[in-house]
Write a protein that binds this ligand. Sequence first.
Ligand code: ATP
Ligand code: MG
Ligand code: MG
Ligand code: MG
Length: 578
Amino acid sequence: MLLRMSTLLLRTLREDPADAEVPSHRLLLRAGYIRRAAPGGYTWLPLGKLVLDRISELVRSEMAAIDGQEVHFPALLPAEPYRASGRWTEYGDDIFTFADRKGAGHLLAPTHEEMAALLVKDLFTSYRDFPVTLFQIQTKFRDEARPRAGLLRGREFLMKDAYSFDLDEAGLQAAYERQRAAYRRIFDRLGLDYTVVHAMSGAMGGSASEEFLAVTPVGEDTFVGCTSCDYAANTEAVTTRAPASGDPHAHPPVEVHDTPETPTIAGLVEMANTRRLGGRDDWTAADTLKNIVLTVRRPGVDEAELLVIGVPGDREVDLKRVAAALHPATVTVFDDWAEHPELVRGYLGPQILDKLNLRYLVDPRIAPGTAWLTGANEPGRHATGVANGRDFTPDGTIEAAEVRPGDPCPSCEAGALTIRRGIEVGHIFQLGRRFTDAFAVDVLGPEGKPVRPTMGCYGIGVSRAVAAVAEQHHDDRGLVWPAAIAPCDVHLVAAGKGPQLEAALDLGARLSAAGLRVLVDDRSGVSAGVKFTDAELIGVPRAVVVGRRLADGYVELRDRATGERAELPLDGLVERLV
Ligand code: ATP
Ligand code: MG
Ligand code: MG
Ligand code: MG
């Protein structure tokens, strides 16, 4: 492959784009890998598409190595299967739904468990057909409340999703372990610094689940590690058991209620996405909301009241305006929440905004008349209220919504917790029979009785991984791609016209014939200095400069990561670089 920059669809940018918040987003735009096309939607330019395809291919090869069979489901789907599984409503505003010309409900698939289960039901009839693992690499659609940071959170993104089907728990466990090992190989090969953490299952349901988090401060997930054992968990999932029942300190039963005020939160989120509030032009409502403490008070069982309370501190937010825009009838503004100790505070962070629907837990141990905000994807499991920094779920587990560095490790109890942030690049689940139950997927067992398969599902954010790698592999001059997924293997810079250009093009042709991916900067009217700057911005691992010393038969080899430079004879260079 030989790409010539004189004709390539590529415009590098000198300045940082104003709307790019994080380094990966900034650099992928500046170096000409992607262009924004829609809210949460990006066009892949040739260089970006090469990286995306290399990651897809790497993922595909590791899935094939564990006997995954590649399929491809439609992204445009009828509502029925999602109604049958309950996810049509469970996903709430997170999915794009619409009616076709006949009025039939449809959606753009956010993930494909339903279709995988239906496909297996359609084709397999006997226990002899199992185990089987299907996978696809496909565009997914989610109406994210807050598309963010370029590829990191899109409304349209590329995912590798795999689905395993086994007849018993041991089979599921083995399939899960194989995927887990494949994920480790994939993220190792991508050059990511990542941690595998215990996770919440969210809208998937099911039991065991782990996330692969690429460690970086720009990540949206916060996770804990332990100083003395290998415990690691998403803070959403830090769980310690409450005392067993019978114990005098046992957790009293907790009631879970749907709040009648769901429109308030939905409206609030809409505000956050569409309007600027807070009396400042440079603040979006989302910024404002991030800095507001929300509290739900429960005056009666049937009634919830949303209170917007200002955070004391330096942010001058026009709370009354925010409150009025939200839901005038139910919002009360307190300028000083500290004067209202009867209220339990809840922090409306981005993770809650993502979950949209409001549910609340009523814990009898908290002062009567108070309740907590929780996400509704899994009723009662995303508690976010804060009381002593601990949340309680209906089954009596305690979740720490706010763990602090130095807290005792819930696993070994000897070590202390550390806290870091990461980008969720992969997530694996042992689903169980939720979806095979929904569609009554039964096959004939060895004894002639029907058997219902158990499922696992395994996702990788392929487009998100492009940004995660960029986040971890860049410097102040630009991107620094790991060789395994760089758009090209060699970047040739013709630092001069005439013989240099000719020699660069000739070298490019020979390297490409030898199987390398080559980018040659053959632009005329562009100074050598600009070409060097662009080469560093684009981040191909090795650059070869064909310049002044060509007359003596020498070129310069530059290593993007280490900055090392070496003068090498042009003679024998192809053999050396292959
Ligand atoms: P998040 O917590 O970041 O919203 P998720 O838990 O909703 O992600 P999953 O349902 O587990 O996502 O999907 C599998 C993988 O798809 C995720 O691990 C992530 O890498 C990727 N992914 C999910 N949502 C997005 C998105 N909006 N943009 C890009 N990648 C995404
Ligand atoms: Mg999500
Ligand atoms: Mg997640
Ligand atoms: Mg996930």
